[in-house]
Design a protein around this ligand. Structure first.
Ligand code: PGA
Length: 249
């Protein structure tokens, strides 16, 4: 049996005070939650939110990190700096990084390997554009992003990797993939993992769905065999909408 993993990606929202208030509400309201949880505040709020999550069942995540450990990389944030703040996991390859900031699979793969080498957990995001789906290429795009994102990752490190399937056309648009469509892609990603790492590893890896997950569609999505949780954006910005998703039955 795989665990469910619900993660909140706060994107470029919230001042430190707002982030602290949300973190405190989530710690209180999720304390009896049975699933695995993470929140990913902006870099600027990590130092504020980290201590509030100590001793709770919510992991501290970052939304991105540099591909280099340190050095002349103006504006970037390194894995060493994230670890110094108590960050436990990092979201990599988010579609906004891929499509707004032109991150390619090679760069994302470097980040994945660096994060794992430093003991962090990784949420590796994959997902197709609407044009790629309409061309019948959704599975192929997710396969390529999965294979290239995981290139050189040892099977021993795979338990620290979660894959998030986020169809780009469903992110922040209110359009959700149907549970059936999402599950079909999740199943195909799991097959890719089986081919790369064997069936045991593929059975164990958690594959989250992301893209307009809300309290009223979360349970139907996660009822599907291959959907092991959610990566939530807009609905993660308030306890009123994140908690019902996180406590779904
Ligand atoms: P959304 O974002 O829930 O607002 O669609 C999801 C994400 O980008 O991770």
């Amino acid at each position: 049996m795989r665990n469910y993993y619900i993660a909140g990606n706060w994107k470029m929202h919230k001042t430190r005070g707002e982030a602290a208030a949300l973190a405190q509400a989530l710690v209180a309201q999720l304390k009896n939650g049975k699933h695995k949880y993470l929140v990913a505040p902006s870099f600027t709020a990590l130092e504020t939110v980290g201590p509030l999550l100590k001793g709770s069942n919510i992991l501290l995540g970052a939304q991105n990190m540099a591909a280099a450990e340190q050095g002349a990389h103006t504006g970037e944030v390194s894995v060493l700096q994230l670890k110094d703040l108590g960050v436990q996991a990092v979201i990599l390859g988010h579609s906004e990084r891929r499509h707004t900031y032109q991150e390619d699979d090679g760069l994302i793969n470097k980040k994945v390997k660096l994060a794992l080498q430093h003991g962090l957990e990784v949420i590796l995001c994959v997902g197709e554009l609407l044009s790629e789906r309409e061309a019948g290429n959704a599975e192929g795009v997710c396969e390529t992003q999965t294979v290239q994102g995981l290139a050189g990752v040892a099977v021993a490190d795979l338990p620290r990797v979660t894959i998030a399937y986020e169809p780009v056309w469903a992110i922040g648009t209110g359009k959700t993939a149907t549970p059936e469509d999402a599950d079909a892609i999740h199943a195909s990603i799991r097959q890719v993992v089986a081919r790369l790492y064997g069936t045991d590893a593929a059975q164990q890896i958690l594959i989250q769905y992301g893209g307009s997950v809300k309290p009223d569609n979360a349970a139907q999505l996660m009822a599907k065999e291959h959907i092991d949780g959610a990566l939530v954006g807009g609905a993660a910005l308030s306890a009123d909408t994140f908690v019902p998703i996180a406590l779904f039955k």
